[in-house]
Design a protein around this ligand. Structure first.
Ligand code: PLP
Ligand code: COI
Length: 365
């Protein structure tokens, strides 16, 4: 039997958790990524020993050697998923097996050890269980879970590290964008790209986001919510936003989304929406869509909706696209029909308010 199969979590409850009244206040309108729970999950990896020291403990700052490899060479990956309050008072995760799998795939791309999916799932489930009271009650509220792993070895040579720390932290969240589900504006970055063929675009590694920030800062400067990246080779094909996948809806009712060719993140929301659209008999094509075509189709009325999707953003309409070549509006600039339908369908499944024909919802308790 390998070591992982026998690894059990040591549960050490926080000695002085946030008092209930203060917690209630903090989670009433938490925004995104600012309110954190009492506990965290930790598992260590050491070459030769494998995964060890799994535990749930009080959330606390880390002590790291300044020569920890991650601080220099950015060997780091993460996941993003949510625990939801169900209509009947229960708690559930949405397709957590897909996050576990993508975490392994990201690890492989970054030359990191692959955490067994059973350990990933157990770490998340145990953290949700101990911190379940932190799930907000507000409409659209959830417990955002952030599993991550980094090279903790103290070593400055450039090679895959021999020691890693895997952790899960949890954050009470509401909507990702300040306007909630209102249409966002996006800025087309024509000088910066996010990912190139052969690069790390399909992995959820911190480095991808670091490289996106200068373009995101430009987007903010132009008054936009998000940046949209074009492909690195031709600067033509629309790929994805800094933290979300994109869909395009046409007047004939068909839908297009960029294909998975290794330069965009294979979003779990993207995959779910593809499935829901096909369930509805809608024609969906995973194919390239050029920025000039997008502009022309929006102007001619052939393109009627565009929306972004992701765990944090759920389904968010894109109202305006801005670029150095000029701005254009999508449809009426608000929320289109298919966008609204997909958001409602997805959220209803996630909250246990609609049938779950694909077995996506994993009820915890
Ligand atoms: N693309 C990027 C770059 C992201 O950061 C995310 C968010 O996780 C997504 C797409 C959407 O992925 P998912 O639906 O799995 O959250
Ligand atoms: C997520 O949706 O989980 C992400 O990681 C994207 C980020 C914009 C928060």
């Amino acid at each position: 039997m390998n070591a992982e199969a026998t690894l059990s979590f040591d549960i050490r409850e926080h000695g002085a958790p946030v008092p209930a009244s203060e917690r209630t206040e903090r989670i009433a309108d938490p925004g995104f990524g600012k309110v954190f729970t009492d506990h965290m999950a930790v598992i260590r990896y050491t070459e030769g020993t494998g995964w060890h020291d799994a535990r749930i403990q009080a959330r606390e700052p880390l002590t790291m050697d300044p020569a920890a490899a991650v601080l220099h060479y950015a060997q780091e990956i993460f996941e993003g998923m949510k625990a939801y309050r169900l209509g009947d008072g229960g708690t559930a995760l949405f397709r957590p097996d897909q996050n576990a799998r993508r975490f392994r795939q990201s690890a492989a791309r970054m030359a990191m050890p692959e955490l067994p999916e059973s350990l990933f799932l157990e770490s998340v489930e145990r953290l949700v269980e101990i911190d379940r009271e932190w799930i907000p009650h507000m409409d659209g509220g959830a417990l955002y879970l952030r599993p991550f792993m980094f090279a903790s070895e103290t070593f400055l040579g450039v090679r895959p590290a021999k020691e890693y720390l895997y952790m899960v932290i949890a954050s009470s969240v509401g909507a990702y964008f300040k306007g909630g589900a209102k249409a966002i504006s996006i800025w087309v970055s024509d000088d910066y790209t996010r990912a190139a063929p052969g690069g790390t675009g399909a992995a959820k590694c911190g480095g991808n986001y670091a490289a996106s920030l200068v373009a995101q800062a430009e987007a903010i400067e132009r008054g936009c919510d998000q940046v949209v990246f074009l492909d690195a080779a031709e600067h033509k094909w629309v790929e994805e936003l800094g933290g979300m996948n994109l869909f395009f809806v046409f007047e004939d009712g068909s839908v297009v989304t960029p294909p998975l060719k290794g330069t965009i993140l294979p979003g779990i929301t993207r995959d779910s929406i593809l499935t829901l659209l096909r369930d509805d008999g809608i024609t969906v094509r995973e194919e390239g869509y050029g920025i000039d075509q997008w502009r022309a189709d929006a102007d001619s009325g052939k393109l009627v909706e565009s929306f972004a999707c992701g765990t944090a953003a759920v389904v968010t309409p894109v109202g305006t696209v801005k670029s150095t070549a000029g701005d254009f509006q999508i449809g009426s600039g608000g929320t289109g029909q298919i966008t609204q339908r997909m958001r409602d369908r997805l959220v209803a499944i996630q909250r246990g308010e609609a049938p779950d024909p694909h077995d996506w919802v994993k009820r915890l308790f």
